[in-house]
Design a protein around this ligand. Sequence first.
Ligand code: FE2
Length: 370
Amino acid sequence: MNTQTIEKKDFLPLNGTDYIELYVGNAKQAAHFYKTAFGFQSLAYAGPETGVKDRASYVLVQNKMRLMLTSPMHSDHPISEHIRKHGDGVKVLALIVDDAYDAYEQTTKRGGISCMEPKTLSDKNGEVRLSGIKTYGEVEHIFVERKNYNGVFMPGFVEWKSAYNPTETGLLYVDHCVGNVDWNGMNPRVKFYEEVMGFNNILSFDDNDISTEYSALMSKVMSNGNGYVKFPINEPAVGKKKSQVEEYLDFYEGEGTQHIAIATNDIVSTVKQLMARGVEFLKVPASYYEDLFDRVGKIEEDIEPLKELGILVDRDDQGYLLQLFSKPVEDRPTMFFEIIQRKGAKSFGKGNFKALFEALEREQDIRGNL
Ligand code: FE2
């Protein structure tokens, strides 16, 4: 390995996802939903009561995953414009760095466009250093350096204590976050992740891999060096009818985050609880399970619970994975969640794409958008 390769791999060390921020129409109610339905716990709050006059932000946590929900206080706020255009959606994919000032310098000098100049926030619990650059659509990557902080979240937030604390559902951490980009938008975004952030393109799917009778898409998976941060990027492809990515772009009114995949160690238990709490999932036909063992070989799980819950299985050369996709969590057919349990597999369920997209198309058809 020459020094140039080392430099390319190491200029932006990332230790995972720090938090994901959604701009939503009503953060108070959304927070209730994510607690009740997904089992997130109350962590931190900022708003008028804490001196933040223009917005309210609720931070929720479950194991290593933090979710921030933010609503503006007035119609002339930029967040209001974001919500008017997109509905509820992801604004920030924040990443854990060792040095937020250096992350900013390294990425902006490689062409990253600033959305937050480096700054240091401090309170009695220490300091958090932040900076940020833009990615696809209106989504931002905020670099968070919190090694010198031991408060609940970050300066500016108070601990959010609630009398309502539903149990967790076994969600552990963010496995990957997928971005939907415009026609011809995938390769420029791949280049951005390679050149500006030092990521590698670890997998590619073209419309031959990801197509059904009706619709198609292309996807490239971008990963940072240690694999803690993975961003598959989807672009629509020409099919007989409208693809799911096109439907997303039409209803989100632009590029944005399509799904957040959250890891669990016990998908059967997690999905059972999520369903009991009202989370809705896509259903594949029972025939999906008829040739399951022919496709994926031996797995540790009993097939019956998988079949009953509609959990999908796929195998690659390193192992297998179990996964399931929720329906969109807003009225617009835009963002949804994936629940994933990896048993060695490093891939993304290519073997399930066809069954999955046919399930998505049935939903699209019901909405009149196919
Ligand atoms: Fe995924």
